[in-house]
Write a protein that binds this ligand. Sequence first.
Ligand code: SF4
Ligand code: SF4
Length: 179
Amino acid sequence: MTDPLITDLETVAEVAKAHQDTFEVMQHMLQLDDDIDDARLDAFIDELAAPIVAAIDCTQCANCCRSLTVYLTEHDASRLGQHMGMTAAEFKTGYVDRKSAQAVEEWGCFAQQPCALLNGTLCSVYEARPESCRMYPQFTPDFRWLLADMIEGAPLCPIILNVLLKLQPMVDAGIDKYL
Ligand code: SF4
Ligand code: SF4
């Protein structure tokens, strides 16, 4: 029998904190293993994550929309503006922070956090949402090198936490035998 998924957000934060050190050990084990084929590891991670992604209902969570800085491309801004019946300039004035984003070499980010486009736990612009929202949480490509970001995201995202919890004993046992 498989362990039930952890979805309660307080428990997610607690369990992620308790596993921080073991997750970091896992990161080092994977990154220092020169025999790992990144493409095979990525395919394995996608397969491991798929049932977890399918089982966790993001519309009941939205913790990423409340907690993360969401970076935007200029194309995102014009698509969102159009979707909301605004010009790109109006959308930028109302919703985008260029200055903070440019400090980290991004085009822009949402000016408000939690995201101003979040309605309860639902995205009010779902069909037109930014590319970074569509991609989150992103495990691949290059899982090994995204793992530090994953570990950082585990306390807020049930999907990430559950994937890392499932993976960790496999890495301990020797990931080669699963690839
Ligand atoms: S645009 Fe939608 S999916 Fe993206 S952070 Fe805002 S509410 Fe969440
Ligand atoms: S991606 Fe993670 S944090 Fe965001 S809504 Fe889904 S489970 Fe929650």
